[in-house]
Design a protein around this ligand. Structure first.
Ligand code: NAD
Length: 404
């Protein structure tokens, strides 16, 4: 039908933390498009990390000022922007919430790359400080404001750990029999595979505590790997273009493959490519957040958890799909990560489905991504950034240097 797009039952005021990022920008535009009042907060740290890593979005993203000016021209809608650090500037966050009285805060403002979080001690510590403090500041500021603000957080499928549970991964909670025989329903055991994923596990405990202690309304979206670049809203003008990361730290696997294909570079599969991952298109990320804002948990209900994914694929199968589409080669390199070589992954996404979510599947936009994005901007690509440059430990790093 309407492809998941809908008119919200009421206009809401929504603060988007991390609204300059890969998921945050298209989501902010979508929420504005469907009629919500959107406010963006971002400290532009992702752009600063580009300087540190000496790479850049493949797509020519514009400054926040330019982005918002163009959005106003094409939509007539104003999105105020506040430049500050959610993890460090507690006062500014608290004042913004108290002044604006938002109905919801969507929280994207975290360091989100697993490889970057494993690069070295600076990046490990930064990821912990930034992510854990940012989430805690938000929860603390809402409690202090005394307002009823729905928190919608972007979590990850990675909290479950890959391949640790047999069978379908439920949405957040599992039934267990505790020692002594008592039946209970608890958070699915967490098994992070990187410092980044660990921060998302810690976030889950922060949410559980603040929900129980202060009855905050919280939705945690356990999202799969996002692919694709643009959405109908970022396509309205080229200056609204979304970022596209292809480097080995920030490029998510499918986007990395698309770039490699466009460059005529072999697709680099880690090990056997037997890792199974969950995927979702960027347009669906935005729409699912719209649905989550429309359906907040009731006050007093436990933390609402959705698995925000469309489908699962084995990495080597993904590589084959793209190789078949483009004629490029597939090459196996040593895995820079410490993880099982092969894993199964079955995931339930019943809750979003029951709200009318019809996901975009991988087949649909892939070729367009190759031609309209990867191929179109390939002159901006620095191929030296494609091979892994962050390793999970010293031993793995030594094995991987054999690849070069
Ligand atoms: P991104 O790095 O592109 O965007 C994050 C944004 O938050 C950036 O613009 C950054 O500048 C901002 N930010 C970070 N720390 C901040 C702080 N302390 N104060 C203010 N702003 C800050 O990442 P993304 O891909 O858009 O991911 C957004 C969220 O979605 C993350 O929490 C991530 O864990 C989650 N997620 C992403 C994916 C994916 O495939 N991209 C998958 C699952 C979950």
């Amino acid at each position: 039908g309407t492809n998941g797009m809908f008119t919200p039952s009421e206009k809401k005021k929504v603060i988007v933390l991390g609204g300059d990022g890969f998921c945050g920008w298209p989501t902010a535009l979508y929420l504005s498009e469907i009629g919500h009042d959107v406010i963006i907060v971002d400290n532009l740290s992702r752009r600063a990390i580009d300087l540190e890593l000496e790479c850049d979005s493949l797509t020519p993203i514009q400054s926040m000022g330019e982005r918002l000016k163009v959005w106003k021209q094409v939509s007539g809608k104003e999105i105020p922007f506040h430049f500050f650090d959610v993890a460090k500037s507690y006062e500014l966050l608290r004042e913004l919430i108290a002044r604006e009285k938002p109905d919801a805060v969507v929280h994207f403002a975290e360091q989100r790359a697993a490889p970057y979080s494993m690069k070295g001690p600076y990046q490990k510590k930064y990821t912990i400080d930034n992510n854990v403090n940012g989430t805690h500041n938000l929860l603390c500021a809402i409690v202090e404001s005394g307002l009823d603000v729905h928190v919608v957080h972007l979590g990850t499928m990675g909290v479950y750990g890959y391949g640790t549970s047999g069978g379908e991964i439920p949405e957040g909670y599992i039934d267990v029999t505790l020692p002594g025989g008592r039946e209970s329903n608890i958070l699915h055991p967490m098994s992070p595979g990187s410092v980044y994923h660990m921060t998302k596990c810690l976030d889950q405990l922060l949410f559980q505590f603040y929900q129980r202690n202060d009855e905050l309304r919280i939705t945690d979206l356990h999202q799969g790997i996002v692919w694709g670049t643009n959405t109908p809203w970022t396509k309205k003008d080229e200056r609204l273009i979304n970022r596209f990361d292809y480097d080995s730290d920030y490029g998510t696997v499918l986007n990395r493959f698309l770039m490699q294909a466009a460059m005529g570079y072999p697709l680099t599969v880690y090990g056997t490519g037997g890792q199974t991952r969950a995927f979702i298109h960027i347009e669906d990320t935005a729409k699912c957040i719209g649905l989550a804002i429309e359906n907040p948990p009731k006050s007093g209900d436990r933390v609402e958890i959705f698995n925000q994914i469309a489908e699962t694929h084995r990495v080597r199968d993904l590589a084959k799909i793209i190789a078949d589409l483009t004629g490029c080669e597939v090459k196996s390199v040593n895995n820079p990560r410490k993880e099982a070589a092969e894993n199964e992954l079955e995931v339930s996404n019943k809750k979003f489905r029951s709200l009318g979510y019809e996901p975009i599947s991988l087949g649909t936009g892939l070729l367009e991504e190759v031609t309209q994005v990867a191929d179109k901007y390939k002159d901006r690509c620095d191929v030296d950034k494609i091979m892994p440059s962050s390793f999970w430990n010293k031993k793995i790093e030594e094995q991987c240097t054999d690849d070069v």
